[in-house]
Design a protein around this ligand. Structure first.
Ligand code: AFP
Length: 319
């Protein structure tokens, strides 16, 4: 049995081109460790349930949403390379420091995706996206509202039976696991590739009456072709399974919510970046998801991502 002892920091620093981006990723990883600790103690400490407030999208905030957002903000505030933080839990982007002060990056995050599942101990996760802060200091918030294609890094931390960090800096995808004894993320796999096909679809099929005809036709086709269904209802867990085992994850628009539920900048873009870097595909159902030009911070988007062959099966039914 070989020991995995290459830590996240050492692995990232081995690439001389990574520069101060390493500090940003380490700050996110530190927040992830702190969040993991809170998630593990969820039933022991009084952190289950709603705060009693709604976020800017009108969704009930869970206590752990607020705690996770604060932990991320504090870790990023301490990192001199970060200029802007934007999150699903905040109304607007938070300016931490200026470009003149040498801050090069903007971090966007869904601090605790799937948090409504915590009371039943289902896996949850943190999703993050890093964009270059290349606008004048007067337009600092616009650094956050950029197409997914221009991300310099993206990934997620899954708080499951183990704590897993999946990361892409635009040169493939690596997976690290938190070694609880060492207190550090260690590399377990580099160069991850989504299997090109996999007969599993992951969608909330209960919304089928609101789906467009093409999507209903795809589901009929998948049933006839002997596909299986897997849906946890926690995006990080569903995407992680899709990344490792293949298949397709969908959160489409419906008649009631044409843009679906997921946020473009905090969920869709970072997950699409990881999946494309792992040789999979990601689409809105109409266009490559990474090419969508956002107009606002909290924009929503339909999502279809996973094995390239499986995404294509969906798209040909939608066309
Ligand atoms: P919560 O953070 O409110 O639990 O929502 C999780 C989520 O945004 C995403 O993780 C899931 O894929 C999706 O919602 C599940 O939504 P449905 O319950 O509508 O299927």
């Amino acid at each position: 049995m070989g020991d995995n002892l290459l830590t996240l920091g050492c692995h990232l620093r081995a690439d001389k081109d990574t520069g101060s981006l390493v500090e940003v990723i380490e700050a996110i990883a530190l927040a992830g460790k702190a969040i993991a600790h809170r998630v593990r103690r969820a039933r022991i400490d009084d952190v289950i349930g709603e705060v009693g407030a709604v976020n800017v999208q009108g969704e009930a905030q869970q206590k752990l949403d607020v705690i996770s957002d604060r932990l991320l903000l504090e870790c990023l505030r301490a990192c001199s390379a970060v200029a802007v933080y934007a999150s699903e839990e905040q109304d607007g982007a938070i300016v931490l420091r200026t470009r003149a002060a040498g801050a090069e990056y903007c971090v966007l995050a869904d601090p605790l995706d799937g948090s409504s599942n915590i009371d039943v101990a289902v896996s949850v996760g943190t999703i993050f996206s890093v964009q270059r802060h290349d606008r004048p200091d007067g337009e600092i918030e616009r650094s956050a509202v950029q197409p997914g294609r221009s991300q310099v890094a993206a990934g997620y931390i899954l708080y499951g039976s183990s704590v897993v960090l999946v990361l892409s800096l635009g040169r493939g995808v690596a997976m690290y696991v938190l070694d609880p004894l060492l207190g550090d993320f260690v590399l377990v796999k580099d160069g991850i590739r989504v299997p090109p096909a996999g007969k599993t679809y992951s969608i909330n099929e209960a919304y089928v009456n609101g789906f467009e005809p093409g999507l209903k036709a795809y589901l009929d086709w998948a049933h006839a072709a002997g596909y299986g269904a897997r849906y946890i209802g926690s995006m990080v867990a569903d995407v992680h399974r899709t990344l490792l085992k293949g298949g397709v994850f969908l959160y489409p628009g419906t008649a009631k919510a044409p843009e679906g539920k997921l946020r473009l900048l905090y969920e869709g873009s970072p997950m699409a970046f990881v999946i494309e870097q792992a040789t999979g595909a990601a689409s809105t159902g109409r266009a490559p998801l990474l090419d969508v030009v956002p107009t606002k911070l909290h924009q929503r988007t339909p999502v279809v991502l996973g094995s390239a062959g499986e995404v294509e099966h969906v798209l040909r039914h939608l066309r």
